[in-house]
Design a protein around this ligand. Structure first.
Ligand code: ZN
Length: 194
């Protein structure tokens, strides 16, 4: 796909999500011809940073195909060095303008953080940001897990915007946008939240 602006990329994704909700998926670009077309290079039109949860695979939720979305996933939508480095690669080498950070309903990692469960070894570093999100939202009215998940997305965006000179450079150029969203398992709908 040719260079797609951040706004157009967001439109494409939300249109795909709308097809998914209505059960009108078209499974674009999941054919042999497409596989062959992109053998020697990819031009995805969006980066998606999301959770590893098996119920939230971006290509399915947004009804996209091969070569469309550059996906970075870890439990609880974690933004560490691996994620930041992957995003830097996508911006520098793939010319992508939209970065979508997606939290989701009933996220196990957020629940773990909210419950204050004991976590050991590497899992501790994943729960850290989520725990801050849980703390920041503890007095808000409404569904605490949902509030914490949305806050987690906002904190992650803040990290992406401030921890990498490369990412900062692309944002300051005005072409790249980082957008936060929330996926509802109940409805299948993705809502923009930040
Ligand atoms: Zn999750």
């Amino acid at each position: 796909m040719e260079n797609v602006s951040a706004d157009d990329a967001l439109k494409l994704l939300l249109q795909g999500n709308d097809r998914f909700i209505k059960g009108e998926i078209i499974n674009p670009y999941q054919v042999v011809r497409r596989r062959k077309e992109i053998i020697h290079g990819q031009r995805p039109f969006a980066v998606l940073i999301g959770c590893s949860d098996s119920r939230v695979p971006p290509e399915i939720l947004f009804d996209q195909g091969l070569g469309d979305i550059f996906v970075i996933r870890a439990a609880g939508v974690t933004v560490g060095n691996v994620c930041i480095g992957s995003l830097e690669f996508a911006l520098e080498h793939l010319d992508v303008n939209l970065v979508l950070v997606m939290g989701h309903q009933y996220c196990g990692l957020i629940e773990t953080a909210a419950n204050g469960d004991d976590v050991h070894h590497h899992l501790g570093s994943l729960v850290k940001t989520a725990s801050k999100a849980v703390e920041n939202t503890k007095d808000l009215p409404g569904d605490h897990l949902e509030n914490a998940t949305k806050e987690n997305v906002r904190l992650l965006i803040e990290t992406l915007e401030t921890k990498s000179p490369t990412i900062e450079k692309y944002i300051n150029n005005g072409k790249v946008k980082i957008v936060g969203c929330y996926y509802s398992l109940d409805t299948g709908k993705v809502d923009i939240i930040a």
